[in-house]
Design a protein around this ligand. Structure first.
Ligand SMILES: [Zn+2]
Length: 312
Protein backbone atom coordinates (compact mmCIF):
# COMPACT_ATOMS: atom_id res chain seq x y z
CA UNK A 1 0.00 0.00 0.00
CA UNK A 2 1.20 3.49 -0.88
CA UNK A 3 -0.07 7.03 -0.58
CA UNK A 4 0.50 9.82 -3.08
CA UNK A 5 2.33 12.86 -1.74
CA UNK A 6 1.85 16.02 -3.78
CA UNK A 7 3.89 19.15 -3.09
CA UNK A 8 2.50 22.11 -4.99
CA UNK A 9 4.79 25.09 -5.37
CA UNK A 10 4.34 28.29 -7.36
CA UNK A 11 6.58 26.97 -10.14
CA UNK A 12 6.75 23.17 -9.88
CA UNK A 13 4.68 20.37 -8.42
CA UNK A 14 6.33 17.23 -7.13
CA UNK A 15 4.43 14.00 -7.02
CA UNK A 16 5.57 10.87 -5.15
CA UNK A 17 4.33 7.45 -4.09
CA UNK A 18 5.41 6.81 -0.52
CA UNK A 19 5.20 3.71 1.68
CA UNK A 20 4.27 3.71 5.38
CA UNK A 21 8.01 3.52 6.17
CA UNK A 22 8.75 6.63 4.11
CA UNK A 23 10.27 4.94 1.07
CA UNK A 24 9.80 6.85 -2.13
CA UNK A 25 8.71 4.35 -4.79
CA UNK A 26 8.14 6.81 -7.61
CA UNK A 27 8.48 10.53 -8.09
CA UNK A 28 7.89 13.01 -10.85
CA UNK A 29 7.96 16.80 -11.17
CA UNK A 30 5.58 18.71 -13.41
CA UNK A 31 5.19 22.46 -13.89
CA UNK A 32 2.43 24.03 -11.76
CA UNK A 33 2.00 26.75 -14.34
CA UNK A 34 0.79 26.37 -17.93
CA UNK A 35 -2.58 24.77 -17.16
CA UNK A 36 -5.67 26.73 -18.14
CA UNK A 37 -7.74 25.65 -15.14
CA UNK A 38 -7.13 23.90 -11.81
CA UNK A 39 -9.07 20.95 -13.24
CA UNK A 40 -6.51 20.60 -16.07
CA UNK A 41 -3.71 20.70 -13.51
CA UNK A 42 -5.40 18.04 -11.34
CA UNK A 43 -5.90 15.83 -14.42
CA UNK A 44 -2.17 15.91 -15.16
CA UNK A 45 -1.20 15.13 -11.53
CA UNK A 46 -3.71 12.25 -11.50
CA UNK A 47 -2.19 10.86 -14.72
CA UNK A 48 1.24 10.95 -13.09
CA UNK A 49 -0.04 9.11 -9.99
CA UNK A 50 -1.79 6.48 -12.11
CA UNK A 51 1.35 6.04 -14.21
CA UNK A 52 3.45 5.53 -11.05
CA UNK A 53 0.97 3.03 -9.60
CA UNK A 54 0.82 1.05 -12.85
CA UNK A 55 4.60 1.05 -13.32
CA UNK A 56 5.28 -0.25 -9.81
CA UNK A 57 2.11 -2.30 -9.39
CA UNK A 58 1.28 -0.18 -6.32
CA UNK A 59 -2.09 0.15 -4.67
CA UNK A 60 -3.09 3.72 -3.77
CA UNK A 61 -4.65 4.26 -0.33
CA UNK A 62 -4.91 8.04 -0.03
CA UNK A 63 -3.61 11.38 -1.27
CA UNK A 64 -1.78 13.99 0.82
CA UNK A 65 -1.19 17.50 -0.50
CA UNK A 66 1.08 20.28 0.73
CA UNK A 67 0.59 23.73 -0.80
CA UNK A 68 0.97 27.40 0.10
CA UNK A 69 -2.13 28.97 1.71
CA UNK A 70 -3.81 25.55 1.93
CA UNK A 71 -6.51 25.08 4.54
CA UNK A 72 -6.76 21.66 6.19
CA UNK A 73 -10.37 22.21 7.26
CA UNK A 74 -11.81 23.48 3.99
CA UNK A 75 -9.64 21.26 1.77
CA UNK A 76 -8.83 24.24 -0.43
CA UNK A 77 -6.04 26.57 -1.41
CA UNK A 78 -7.30 30.01 -0.45
CA UNK A 79 -6.00 33.18 -2.08
CA UNK A 80 -2.40 32.05 -2.50
CA UNK A 81 -0.38 35.05 -3.71
CA UNK A 82 2.15 33.10 -5.81
CA UNK A 83 -0.08 30.52 -7.47
CA UNK A 84 -1.31 30.55 -11.08
CA UNK A 85 -4.98 30.41 -9.99
CA UNK A 86 -6.65 32.94 -7.74
CA UNK A 87 -9.52 32.59 -5.30
CA UNK A 88 -10.51 29.31 -3.62
CA UNK A 89 -9.39 26.07 -5.28
CA UNK A 90 -11.09 22.97 -3.77
CA UNK A 91 -8.19 20.56 -4.36
CA UNK A 92 -9.29 17.88 -1.87
CA UNK A 93 -12.65 17.59 -3.62
CA UNK A 94 -11.04 17.50 -7.08
CA UNK A 95 -8.42 14.85 -6.18
CA UNK A 96 -10.70 12.58 -4.17
CA UNK A 97 -13.30 12.66 -6.96
CA UNK A 98 -10.70 11.89 -9.64
CA UNK A 99 -9.00 9.02 -7.77
CA UNK A 100 -11.87 7.82 -5.58
CA UNK A 101 -9.60 7.85 -2.50
CA UNK A 102 -9.53 10.09 0.57
CA UNK A 103 -7.47 13.26 0.10
CA UNK A 104 -6.03 15.69 2.67
CA UNK A 105 -4.32 19.05 2.33
CA UNK A 106 -2.34 21.37 4.55
CA UNK A 107 0.09 24.21 3.99
CA UNK A 108 3.63 23.32 2.97
CA UNK A 109 5.23 24.15 6.34
CA UNK A 110 2.65 22.08 8.24
CA UNK A 111 3.29 19.20 5.84
CA UNK A 112 7.04 19.49 6.53
CA UNK A 113 6.34 19.37 10.30
CA UNK A 114 4.25 16.21 9.89
CA UNK A 115 6.95 14.73 7.67
CA UNK A 116 9.55 15.43 10.38
CA UNK A 117 7.24 13.82 12.95
CA UNK A 118 6.45 10.69 10.92
CA UNK A 119 9.75 10.13 9.05
CA UNK A 120 12.39 12.51 10.44
CA UNK A 121 14.12 13.87 13.54
CA UNK A 122 10.86 14.60 15.41
CA UNK A 123 9.83 10.94 15.72
CA UNK A 124 8.49 10.44 19.25
CA UNK A 125 8.75 14.18 20.07
CA UNK A 126 5.41 15.59 21.20
CA UNK A 127 6.11 19.31 21.34
CA UNK A 128 8.15 20.95 18.63
CA UNK A 129 8.19 23.76 16.11
CA UNK A 130 9.46 23.25 12.58
CA UNK A 131 10.58 26.38 10.76
CA UNK A 132 10.99 26.30 6.97
CA UNK A 133 13.60 28.74 5.71
CA UNK A 134 13.30 29.22 1.98
CA UNK A 135 12.07 32.07 -0.18
CA UNK A 136 9.80 32.86 2.78
CA UNK A 137 9.58 31.61 6.36
CA UNK A 138 6.92 29.08 7.31
CA UNK A 139 6.25 27.11 10.44
CA UNK A 140 4.39 24.08 11.66
CA UNK A 141 3.68 23.96 15.39
CA UNK A 142 3.08 20.63 17.13
CA UNK A 143 1.66 20.63 20.66
CA UNK A 144 1.02 17.41 22.57
CA UNK A 145 1.55 15.38 19.37
CA UNK A 146 -1.05 17.42 17.43
CA UNK A 147 -0.38 19.93 14.70
CA UNK A 148 -1.94 23.23 15.74
CA UNK A 149 -4.44 24.41 13.11
CA UNK A 150 -6.33 26.97 15.18
CA UNK A 151 -10.03 27.60 14.77
CA UNK A 152 -9.95 28.17 11.02
CA UNK A 153 -6.89 26.25 9.84
CA UNK A 154 -4.29 29.02 9.55
CA UNK A 155 -2.40 28.75 12.85
CA UNK A 156 1.39 28.73 12.89
CA UNK A 157 2.25 31.73 10.73
CA UNK A 158 5.51 32.55 12.51
CA UNK A 159 6.81 34.18 9.31
CA UNK A 160 4.17 36.88 9.70
CA UNK A 161 4.88 37.78 13.29
CA UNK A 162 5.88 41.45 13.22
CA UNK A 163 9.34 41.92 14.69
CA UNK A 164 10.00 45.50 13.54
CA UNK A 165 7.24 48.05 13.79
CA UNK A 166 7.15 49.94 10.46
CA UNK A 167 9.87 47.63 9.15
CA UNK A 168 10.27 46.10 5.70
CA UNK A 169 7.22 45.80 3.45
CA UNK A 170 5.90 42.22 3.53
CA UNK A 171 3.99 40.40 0.78
CA UNK A 172 1.08 40.06 3.22
CA UNK A 173 0.50 43.82 3.05
CA UNK A 174 1.91 44.67 6.47
CA UNK A 175 5.35 45.85 7.53
CA UNK A 176 8.15 44.28 9.56
CA UNK A 177 7.18 40.59 9.40
CA UNK A 178 9.87 38.07 10.41
CA UNK A 179 10.10 36.60 6.90
CA UNK A 180 11.11 39.94 5.39
CA UNK A 181 14.33 39.60 7.43
CA UNK A 182 14.80 35.86 8.00
CA UNK A 183 14.46 34.06 4.65
CA UNK A 184 16.41 33.90 1.40
CA UNK A 185 14.52 37.03 0.31
CA UNK A 186 15.35 38.77 3.59
CA UNK A 187 19.06 37.95 3.36
CA UNK A 188 19.19 39.34 -0.18
CA UNK A 189 17.37 42.48 1.02
CA UNK A 190 19.95 42.94 3.78
CA UNK A 191 22.82 42.43 1.32
CA UNK A 192 21.38 45.05 -1.08
CA UNK A 193 20.92 47.54 1.77
CA UNK A 194 24.51 46.98 2.83
CA UNK A 195 25.94 47.38 -0.67
CA UNK A 196 23.83 50.51 -1.30
CA UNK A 197 25.33 51.97 1.87
CA UNK A 198 28.72 51.73 0.12
CA UNK A 199 30.05 48.49 1.61
CA UNK A 200 31.10 45.36 -0.26
CA UNK A 201 30.65 41.62 0.03
CA UNK A 202 33.32 39.33 -1.42
CA UNK A 203 32.24 37.67 -4.66
CA UNK A 204 29.18 39.87 -5.20
CA UNK A 205 29.53 42.19 -8.17
CA UNK A 206 25.94 42.85 -9.23
CA UNK A 207 23.29 44.16 -6.87
CA UNK A 208 20.53 42.70 -9.10
CA UNK A 209 21.66 39.09 -9.05
CA UNK A 210 22.48 38.48 -5.39
CA UNK A 211 21.32 35.19 -3.86
CA UNK A 212 21.22 34.14 -0.21
CA UNK A 213 23.69 31.43 -1.14
CA UNK A 214 26.21 34.08 -2.33
CA UNK A 215 25.99 35.75 1.09
CA UNK A 216 26.35 32.41 2.93
CA UNK A 217 29.36 31.49 0.77
CA UNK A 218 31.05 34.85 1.45
CA UNK A 219 30.34 34.45 5.17
CA UNK A 220 31.79 30.93 5.16
CA UNK A 221 34.95 32.41 3.62
CA UNK A 222 35.16 34.96 6.41
CA UNK A 223 33.83 38.09 4.68
CA UNK A 224 33.03 40.39 7.60
CA UNK A 225 30.09 42.17 5.97
CA UNK A 226 28.47 38.85 4.97
CA UNK A 227 29.06 37.56 8.49
CA UNK A 228 27.37 40.68 9.85
CA UNK A 229 24.28 39.96 7.71
CA UNK A 230 24.15 36.32 8.87
CA UNK A 231 24.62 37.47 12.47
CA UNK A 232 21.75 39.96 12.22
CA UNK A 233 19.54 37.32 10.53
CA UNK A 234 20.36 34.88 13.34
CA UNK A 235 19.60 37.54 15.95
CA UNK A 236 16.13 38.18 14.54
CA UNK A 237 15.46 34.45 14.20
CA UNK A 238 16.65 33.75 17.75
CA UNK A 239 14.49 36.59 19.03
CA UNK A 240 11.34 35.30 17.27
CA UNK A 241 11.98 31.69 18.30
CA UNK A 242 12.46 32.70 21.95
CA UNK A 243 9.09 34.46 21.80
CA UNK A 244 7.46 31.41 20.17
CA UNK A 245 8.80 29.19 22.97
CA UNK A 246 7.03 31.34 25.55
CA UNK A 247 3.72 30.43 23.88
CA UNK A 248 3.89 26.65 23.27
CA UNK A 249 6.96 25.48 25.27
CA UNK A 250 8.42 23.02 22.73
CA UNK A 251 11.32 20.68 23.55
CA UNK A 252 12.77 21.06 20.04
CA UNK A 253 12.87 23.53 17.17
CA UNK A 254 13.85 22.17 13.76
CA UNK A 255 15.15 24.35 10.95
CA UNK A 256 14.37 23.10 7.47
CA UNK A 257 14.90 24.25 3.89
CA UNK A 258 17.37 26.02 1.63
CA UNK A 259 18.58 28.68 4.07
CA UNK A 260 18.87 26.12 6.91
CA UNK A 261 21.36 24.27 4.66
CA UNK A 262 23.90 27.01 5.35
CA UNK A 263 24.33 24.90 8.52
CA UNK A 264 26.50 25.93 11.47
CA UNK A 265 27.14 29.39 10.09
CA UNK A 266 23.49 30.27 10.84
CA UNK A 267 22.76 27.65 13.50
CA UNK A 268 25.49 28.65 15.99
CA UNK A 269 24.63 32.38 16.22
CA UNK A 270 20.88 31.54 16.19
CA UNK A 271 21.39 29.32 19.26
CA UNK A 272 23.41 32.09 20.95
CA UNK A 273 20.77 34.80 20.42
CA UNK A 274 17.94 32.37 21.20
CA UNK A 275 19.55 31.62 24.58
CA UNK A 276 20.02 35.35 25.16
CA UNK A 277 16.34 36.21 24.58
CA UNK A 278 14.81 33.10 26.17
CA UNK A 279 12.78 33.32 29.38
CA UNK A 280 14.81 31.82 32.23
CA UNK A 281 12.23 29.09 32.91
CA UNK A 282 13.08 27.55 29.53
CA UNK A 283 16.87 27.94 29.71
CA UNK A 284 18.71 24.83 28.53
CA UNK A 285 15.47 22.96 27.83
CA UNK A 286 14.91 23.72 24.15
CA UNK A 287 17.12 22.28 21.42
CA UNK A 288 17.49 23.97 18.03
CA UNK A 289 18.47 21.38 15.42
CA UNK A 290 18.57 21.06 11.66
CA UNK A 291 15.87 18.95 10.04
CA UNK A 292 16.81 15.36 9.24
CA UNK A 293 14.46 15.10 6.30
CA UNK A 294 16.05 14.52 2.90
CA UNK A 295 15.73 16.92 -0.03
CA UNK A 296 12.49 15.41 -1.31
CA UNK A 297 10.96 16.11 2.10
CA UNK A 298 8.06 18.16 0.80
CA UNK A 299 6.64 15.11 -0.94
CA UNK A 300 7.36 13.01 2.16
CA UNK A 301 5.59 15.60 4.32
CA UNK A 302 2.50 15.58 2.13
CA UNK A 303 2.53 11.76 2.17
CA UNK A 304 3.01 11.74 5.95
CA UNK A 305 -0.16 13.83 6.29
CA UNK A 306 -2.11 11.16 4.38
CA UNK A 307 -0.56 8.29 6.38
CA UNK A 308 -1.34 10.05 9.66
CA UNK A 309 -4.98 10.48 8.64
CA UNK A 310 -5.60 6.91 7.45
CA UNK A 311 -3.41 4.99 9.94
CA UNK A 312 -2.48 7.25 12.87
ZN1 LIG B 1 3.77 39.40 6.50
Amino acid sequence: MHVAGIDIGGTNTEIGLVSREGNLLFSETIPTTGHNTPEDFVREVVMSIEKGCAKHNAQLSAIGIGAPSANYFSGSIEFAPNMPWQGIIPLVKLFSAALNKPAFITNDANAAAIGEQVFGAAKGIKDFILVTLGTGLGSGIVVNDQLVYGHDGFAGELGHVIIEENGRQCGCGRKGCLETYVSATGVVWSARDLIRSGKQIAGITSIEHITARDVATAAAQGDLNALMIIDETARKLGFALANAVAITSPSHIFLYGGVAKSGDILLIPTRKYFAHYLLRNFAGKVKIELSMLPDNAAVLGAAALAWKEISP
